[in-house]
Design a protein around this ligand. Structure first.
Ligand code: HPA
Length: 270
């Protein structure tokens, strides 16, 4: 990101840094809806509630605990954001990228963005994990522009280096990993059948309401970023089943074991 202005959330980053005694983390991980169970696999944990962090935007969504956890996994220090802020909660790309903005100010170089997503590609099943190979940003907004800077010209957002490591971790952990394109929307409504048809034609494999701004910001400041979607449901029109947020969090709990094996394997390979 060129002509860098003063970044927002400097006070939040400073509070987090002091709370965790200035420990340097190897990787930041954002846990999407229903995926908070990953923190049970970490040791040497110190937990901070986001409500206690100076000027930190709050999430109001069920399944997002609003915690920042500093912990150890193997020989690495990890900073986990359990829960995130969605664009639709405050109509702010900057708030929705707070995890990446704060991680950058804490000097963290690697970032894993996870989310719950709906299935557009019929060859995938609920409970599958999908490595995000690329994204379609249908929020029509860009956090880097909203921060007053010019976006990078390079549009390779997801790190090939981390992508290779996720594949290696999946193979080692025996996880059948799918791969595809994440299509990001503002939400908060789920898609209509006609929208789902359009998004499939556009080339999306999974759809969700997060991740794209965090990824754009992280890449713009030179962080290595990778994304993993937990596919929770077929989108409207692909099946006649009605969608609910409960279904999304329930599937998250069911995939916890394989999701944690994959993430742990990735961290070990850093
Ligand atoms: N659509 C959008 N976002 C989602 C979905 C969905 O079907 N499932 C989980 N997040």
């Amino acid at each position: 990101m060129k002509e860098r202005k003063q970044l927002p959330f400097a006070a939040s980053a400073d509070y987090i840094n002091r709370y965790f005694s200035g420990v340097q983390h190897d990787i930041a991980i954002v846990l999407g809806s229903g995926l908070g169970g990953f923190t049970a696999h970490l040791s040497d944990k110190k937990i901070l509630k986001t409500v206690d962090v100076t000027l930190y935007p709050q999430s109001t969504v069920a399944g997002h605990s609003g915690e920042i956890v500093s912990a150890r996994l193997a020989d690495k220090r990890v900073l986990v954001f359990s829960g995130r802020v969605h664009y639709y909660e405050s109509a702010s790309t900057v708030n929705s990228a707070v995890t990446a903005i704060v991680s950058n100010q804490l000097g963290i170089e690697n970032m894993v963005l996870t989310n719950a997503a709906g299935i557009l590609n019929e060859s995938f099943d609920p409970g599958d994990l999908m490595l995000i190979r690329d994204q379609i940003n249908l929020t029509f907004r860009n956090v880097v522009v909203d921060l007053g800077s010019s976006p990078e010209k390079s549009q390779r957002i997801y790190s090939e280096q981390l992508v290779s490591k996720v594949y290696a971790a999946a193979e080692k952990a025996g996880v059948n990993l799918k791969a595809g394109v994440y299509l990001g929307l503002t939400g908060p409504s789920y898609e209509t059948a006609a929208e789902v048809k359009a998004y499939r034609i556009l080339g999306g494999d999974a759809v969700g309401m997060s991740t794209v701004q965090e990824a754009i910001f992280a890449q713009s400041v030179g962080m290595q970023v990778v994304g993993i979607s937990c596919l929770t449901n077929y989108c409207t029109g692909i099946t006649s089943q009605k969608l609910s947020h409960e279904e999304v969090t329930e599937i998250g709990a069911k995939v916890d074991e394989k999701f944690s094996r994959l993430l742990s394997g990735l961290i070990e390979l850093l």
